[in-house]
Design a protein around this ligand. Structure first.
Ligand SMILES: [Zn+2]
Length: 82
C-alpha cells in the first residue's frame, strides 16, 4: 500500500497565489511598454505580451525580451545621439 504523503513543493505560497492572485513586482524593464514582473510570493515570472496582455515568462519569452531589450537600448542610444 502506498500512502499519499503531502507534497512539500506544493507550498502555502501557491495556495495563497491561486486564492488571492499573484503579487507581481516589476523586475526588469524591457521597453517603454514591456516589462518583466516577478511574484514576490511564489516567484512566478510574467511579462507583458506584445498583444497587450500578460504572459508567463517562459524561456522563449525571456529570449524574445532579451532581443527586444537590446534593440530598444540601441534605438534609444541612437535617438539620444541625434
Ligand atoms: Zn504568486
Amino acid at each position: 500500500m502506498k500512502s499519499i504523503s503531502p507534497n512539500q513543493n506544493f507550498s502555502l505560497t501557491s495556495i495563497f497565489c491561486s486564492t488571492f492572485g499573484h503579487r507581481y513586482k516589476k523586475s526588469k524593464k524591457i521597453t517603454n511598454h514591456i516589462s518583466e514582473y516577478k511574484c514576490k510570493i511564489c516567484g512566478q515570472e510574467v511579462t507583458n505580451a506584445v498583444s497587450g496582455g500578460i504572459e508567463i515568462l517562459t524561456f522563449k519569452n525571456k529570449k524574445v525580451n532579451a532581443c527586444l531589450s537590446e534593440f530598444f537600448q540601441k534605438k534609444s542610444q541612437q535617438t539620444s545621439t541625434h
